[in-house]
Design a protein around this ligand. Structure first.
Ligand SMILES: Cc1cc2nc3c(=O)[nH]c(=O)nc-3n(C[C@H](O)[C@H](O)[C@H](O)COP(=O)(O)OP(=O)(O)OC[C@H]3O[C@@H](n4cnc5c(N)ncnc54)[C@H](O)[C@@H]3O)c2cc1C
Ligand code: SF4
Length: 597
């Protein structure tokens, strides 16, 4: 298989007089998957993407060393990335009054903002209001998948049937058995690396070659066995063996660059929606893409109340257009999808389309993170350097709380993401005292001996955590913005306290010296795993979508991204988003052919 470095021609003539079978809003994990499934089933599909098509390889420059870059990876003067203090001391809109020409979310400051400055949105153009929230958005073909962290995990019935397990919240309208075949399809189509562990609460995928653990990580894994806990190599949404059916992606060569910056792989071993899903969908001849197209309304047929297309604005010219379709698929990401539904008011749908329940924007949930632990593996001090960051991730410790036990302080659980060993920049250098030759020796001797991990915990879905439209604020295109009414609760705070204690306990059990613990909980939004604003359910009074992510109110409207999730689980969501979208779009295609939509 020869790797195709030139994508299909994206500047297509878009015929807006035509009625497409389906229009998809958004081109990230969810929109890309919808395009793949529907075009494979022969539907004529139009995809509207608010961002531009970027020459992504030139943006990511995965193999560029810091000394090859004029500013060591920093963006040009005039760019600013928001800091933790700005998110917590101030309230949104965070860019208001900033003297910087461009303001980006905190991810812009992670390993060099020059590589993401054209992928992340400029907060000046995209304000939001309300409670503090670190909202990270990527507007480009492929959305956040261009820079995602690649941890690709499945959910289990501990998540889908969480209420049955512990009494809190609501069960999902599906179980693991319903989704398992679609997780398998996603694994095989996109590639995932990992090791089978046979855990009921973290089901295995159909794995390709795993990444190797470093010596310190193996030590921690062995130590945890005594506690009945598991450390497994990072389950990466990366093809390590290659994919014969995809000519746009290479297998992983373990160059490590994706561990140095916020994601991104210029040979596309790491999954991204354009090369993984959209270009192959274009090769079917059934997909048309229009970038720079900001959807602001799901258009409604005044006679039937059904969706008839999308109203959108060209981001460059600010001109308004309509795209017509028999089915509308919203996949603009959890918060933007809720915004679009709420914006779509009509006499038939006065609270926004699909919102007769009043639940759109509510039950908003995600992951809480921040607390963690750093340790020193003493027997590795002074050992010769090894290429430890030549891999797409370190390790994952799956949830171990509230499975067979009941914690007194909190329900649900958390997992740890971490890594140990040598990396491009020795993380301990700044904290090492001294100067001169001895300082350099100390830094080098210790560089590969550190190991660290941080928790990712489930934030409970609560009706009172929600977003709505701010009647007084608009973005640069005059579209009303979201207003946040959202904060962590006592369950999250107690869970975070437990993360610190459990992290310390695990390092000590493995004989790793704890050099630092961190009990700081990061701002709401920091995990970039927002979920739940249009949840699925069996009851149209308390949910927005049915089990196929189809609107209860409007049967030719589907919302196929994380907004449909009933609870957040503590596992990262993207693989589940894609498995669900695959399942729903197969159902959609079947119903479309039957003429029932
Ligand atoms: C730095 C980083 C690390 C991450 N790490 C992980 C990880 O390790 N594991 C994991 O599971 N997840 C991770 N995520 C989250 C993951 O990227 C998201 O879950 C995933 O991309 C969601 O897919 P989506 O299609 O819903 O949204 P997106 O990928 O955000 O795509 C939505 C698309 O819709 C477009 N859009 C928005 N509004 C409109 C509109 N009005 N009109 C037209 N188009 C619109 C956007 O421009 C965007 O292209 C990470 C994210 C980031 C940024
Ligand atoms: S380690 Fe693999 S996935 Fe990561 S940038 Fe390198 S080749 Fe890509």
């Amino acid at each position: 298989m020869t790797l195709v470095r030139v994508p299909p021609r994206l500047e297509q003539d878009v015929d807006l007089s035509k009625t497409y079978d389906a229009v998809i809003v958004g081109s990230g994990a969810a929109g890309g998957m919808a395009a793949h499934v529907l075009t494979t089933r022969g539907l004529e599909v139009l995809m509207l993407e608010a961002g531009k098509k970027l020459p992504i390889e030139q943006e990511l420059r995965s193999m560029q060393w810091p000394y090859d870059h004029p500013r060591r990876g920093d963006a040009p003067p005039g760019y600013h990335s928001l800091s933790f203090n700005e998110y917590t001391i101030r309230t949104p809109p965070y860019a208001k009054g900033s003297t910087f020409k461009h303001v980006m979310s905190y991810v812009g400051g992670w390993g060099g903002s020059d590589y993401v400055k054209n992928i992340l949105v400029d907060e000046k153009d995209h304000p939001y209001t309300g409670t503090k929230y670190a909202w990270v958005r990527a507007r480009a073909l492929g959305g956040k998948t261009n820079i995602w962290g690649r941890l690709a995990l499945r959910l289990s019935d501990y998540d889908f049937k969480a209420k049955t397990h512990d009494g809190y919240g609501d069960d999902w309208p599906i179980s693991y058995a319903d989704l398992q075949p679609y997780y398998d399809k996603v694994d095989l189509y996109l590639g995932i690396s990992g090791v089978k562990e046979n855990l009921p609460h973290l089901p295995d995928s159909l794995f390709q070659r795993p990444n190797k653990l470093t010596s310190g990580e193996v030590k921690l894994r062995e130590g945890l066995k005594k506690m009945g806990r598991v450390l497994t190599p990072y389950r990466a949404g990366v093809t390590t063996d290659g994919l014969k059916h995809n000519r746009y992606r290479s297998k992983c060569y373990g160059r490590g660059a994706c561990d140095r910056r916020p994601g991104g792989c210029d040979i596309h071993a790491a999954f991204d929606s354009p090369t993984g899903l959209i270009y192959p969908a274009m090769d079917t001849g059934h997909l048309t893409i229009r970038t720079n197209s900001i959807a602001h309304e799901v258009l409604v047929d005044r006679n039937t109340g059904k969706a008839r297309g999308i109203g959108f604005i060209d981001s460059a010219t600010h001109k308004s257009y309509e795209a017509k379709a028999k089915v509308v698929i919203v996949a603009a990401s959890t918060l933007e999808s809720a915004r679009l539904l709420l914006l779509s008011r009509s006499p038939q749908h006065p609270n926004g389309i699909g919102n007769s329940s009043g639940h759109v924007g509510h039950n908003f949930c995600e992951h809480v993170m921040g607390p963690g632990v750093t340790g020193l593996v003493k027997d590795l001090v002074g050992k010769p350097p090894t290429l430890d960051d030549g891999r797409p991730g370190g390790f994952y410790i799956p949830r171990f709380r509230n499975l067979n036990d009941r914690q007194p302080g909190f329900v649900r659980g958390y997992g740890f993401e971490g890594g140990g060993g040598f990396s491009i920049f020795p993380g301990n250098a700044m904290g090492t005292p001294g100067f001169g030759a001895q300082f350099k020796k100390d830094v080098r001797d210790h560089a590969g001996a550190f190991i660290g991990m941080g928790g990712f915990g489930e934030v409970l879905a609560r009706y009172e955590n929600y977003v709505d439209l701010d009647p007084a604020a608009q973005d640069a295109w005059g579209i009303p913005t979201l207003r946040f009414h959202y904060q962590f609760g006592d369950n999250e705070r107690k869970m975070c306290e437990d993360m610190v204690a459990a992290g310390r306990e695990m390092f000590e059990a493995a004989g790793i010296e704890v050099v630092r613990t961190n009990d700081q909980v990061l701002t709401e939004g920091w995990s970039i795993h927002e979920l739940g604003t249009a949840r699925m359910g069996s009851d149209p009074k308390t949910s927005v979508l049915n089990q196929f992510q189809q609107s209860h109110d409007v049967k030719n409207l589907f919302v196929v991204d994380g907004s449909s999730h009933v609870s957040a689980s503590c596992q990262n969501p993207t693989w589940t988003i894609m498995a669900l979208a695959w399942r729903s779009c197969e159902y959609l295609a079947d119903e479309f052919r039957k003429g029932t939509l």
